[in-house]
Design a protein around this ligand. Structure first.
Ligand code: TMP
Length: 210
């Protein structure tokens, strides 16, 4: 089983993942928590090219191919072997983010993104994608993106801007609406404890049904 967690910047993914880790600590066969861009040493090097502090002026196609390169490595070296061993994989972001950020955000064609994805991962899609949905204005007011940026030495939210984040949000909602059986949308404007409990319930419910 392969689960991805998605959401705009500042939607509370980090806390939700920590809570999910607790909820799944006794999961038989083990759980691999991983993240994108990243997940491998090579992927982390790409992550710092994309997200490290400083001025970046990536062309959208260059950006797409970098996230796709990191993902190809991640899928081949980490995700597929873990799935083949019978484990549960939970990824902090996956292709939903590419459709939202490089697609809706940067204006690249969704069909082209899917094609790159299918070729570079052997068509690997999550069994379940959990979307943390929050109005970007509220996310900005809550300051969670800023705190995460300070902690990680990365900064995206402010540089992308509210309009961009609104397009990202709409894309995640549209992706969920197009394949409701493979998505769970959680209202991330609720109190944080409630959001975290709902994420864990969505994942455990899905795994129980699968
Ligand atoms: P995060 O790890 O704190 O969620 O931040 C990762 C950033 O990278 C976030 O702004 C979204 C962005 N991103 C893309 O633009 N495309 C992608 O395919 C992925 C996985 C992330």
């Amino acid at each position: 089983m392969f689960v991805a967690l998605e959401g705009g910047d500042g939607s509370g993914k980090t806390g939700a993942l920590a809570h999910l880790g607790q909820a799944l600590r006794d999961w038989p066969g083990g759980v691999l928590f991983t993240r994108e861009p990243g997940g491998t040493e090579e992927g982390l090097a790409i992550r710092s090219l994309l997200l490290g502090r400083g001025e970046h002026d990536w062309d959208p196609w260059a950006e797409l191919l970098l996230v796709a390169a990191a993902r190809a490595q991640h899928v081949a070296r980490v995700i597929r072997p873990a799935l083949a061993a019978g484990g549960l994989v939970v990824s902090d972001r996956y292709v939903g983010s590419t459709l939202a950020y490089q697609g809706a955000g940067r204006g690249l064609d969704a069909a082209a993104i899917r094609m790159v994805h299918n070729h570079s991962t052997g068509d690997l899609w999550p069994d379940l994608t959990v979307v943390l949905d929050v109005d970007p204005e509220l996310a900005l007011a809550r300051g969670m993106a800023r705190l995460a940026a300070e902690a990680s030495g990365e900064d995206r939210f402010e540089s992308l801007g509210l309009e961009f984040q609104r397009r990202v949000r709409q894309s995640f909602l549209a992706q969920a609406a197009a394949a409701p059986q493979r998505h769970a949308v959680i209202d991330a404007s609720c109190p944080i404890e409630l959001v975290q409990a709902q994420v864990a319930a969505a994942v455990l419910g899905f795994l129980g049904r699968a």
